[in-house]
Design a protein around this ligand. Structure first.
Ligand code: ATP
Ligand SMILES: O=c1ccn([C@@H]2O[C@H](COP(=O)(O)O)[C@@H](O)[C@H]2O)c(=O)[nH]1
Ligand code: MG
Length: 241
């Protein structure tokens, strides 16, 4: 069962650096097939989650409008993951009475990146309270700084990383016709989101490619066609099924 044993220490550790978050984890798997850690082995390696089963983490990356959210919904339906969209978590925090509300609003409106500690805290809070140990973390990490902060604070790494590779003109077309009332779906913000994606997010994609964890998907076609490229990544992996 995934629920944590004590309600404890995650946020204390987030606020207070300790030996648990001082160094990067070396325990990741390298590509397929994946394995699951046993309780003891996992806890020896990662102090932050007091769970019986290690989290199974898939990062879902791609430019703005590349179809991450659309494909995550299909993965959830087929493989039963918990979908955590970093953008949705930030929007929810913005709409609550949070001290970070106006900072998040301004950052999203500009198409820039919210400081890592805020986003990591929101993601880990969701992970801690989840009964499901299989997570799709959508739209994060946005930068190398995000990635390093997540690994340092949580002590865990993703098992695999999906990258939805989509031409810019297709992404712009999709975003401009999305019609969900998002403050960042306008051409000026979209231009900056694309710039930020290229400058800061692509290095993260390259990092995971070098580590043999990247699953590159051609994000042009119908949503169903694209999902047929996604499906084998999860089918190849016993733990994800
Ligand atoms: N394969 C596809 N073909 C055409 N339109 C698509 C496809 N997949 C998603 N869309 C549409 O494109 C828009 C953007 O998709 P989605 O919200 O899934 O992208 P995203 O990568 O999550 O974007 P963001 O980074 O802005 O959150 C939505 O209106 C969605 O319905
Ligand atoms: O890790 C993250 C994720 C998102 N943001 C900000 O939110 C918007 C919208 O994100 P979507 O993934 O498109 O929903 C993004 O442009 C960033 O401003 C972030 O800062 N960090
Ligand atoms: Mg999205």
């Amino acid at each position: 069962m995934w629920r944590r044993a004590t309600k404890s220490s995650l946020f204390l550790r987030l606020l207070k650096p300790s030996k648990h978050n001082a160094s990067l984890s070396q325990s990741s798997t390298n590509g397929f097939p994946f394995h699951i850690h046993t309780h003891t082995h996992f806890q020896e390696k990662h102090g932050i989650f007091s769970k019986e089963v290690a989290p199974f983490i898939t990062f879902v990356l791609g430019g703005p409008g590349s179809g991450k959210g659309t494909q995550c919904a299909k993965i959830v339906e087929t493989f039963g993951f918990n979908h955590l969209s970093a953008g949705d978590l930030l929007r929810r925090e913005m709409d609550s009475d949070s001290e970070y509300g106006s900072m998040i609003l301004n950052t999203i409106r500009e198409g820039n990146i919210v400081p890592s500690e805020v986003t990591v805290k929101l993601i880990l809070r969701e992970m801690e309270s989840s009964d499901n140990h299989k997570f799709l973390i959508d739209g994060f990490p946005r930068s190398e700084e995000n990635r390093i902060a997540f690994e340092k604070i949580s002590g865990v790494e993703p098992h695999m990383v999906l990258f939805f590779d989509c031409p810019e003109e297709e992404m712009v077309k999709r975003l401009l016709s999305r019609n969900q009332g998002r403050i960042d779906d306008n051409i000026d913000t979209i231009k900056n989101r694309l710039k930020v994606f290229e400058a800061l997010n692509l290095p993260v994609v390259e990092y995971y490619a070098k580590r043999g964890k990247l699953y590159r998907i051609n994000a042009v076609g119908t949503a169903d066609e694209i999902f047929e490229q996604v499906r084998p990544a999860f089918e190849a992996c016993e733990v994800a099924k």
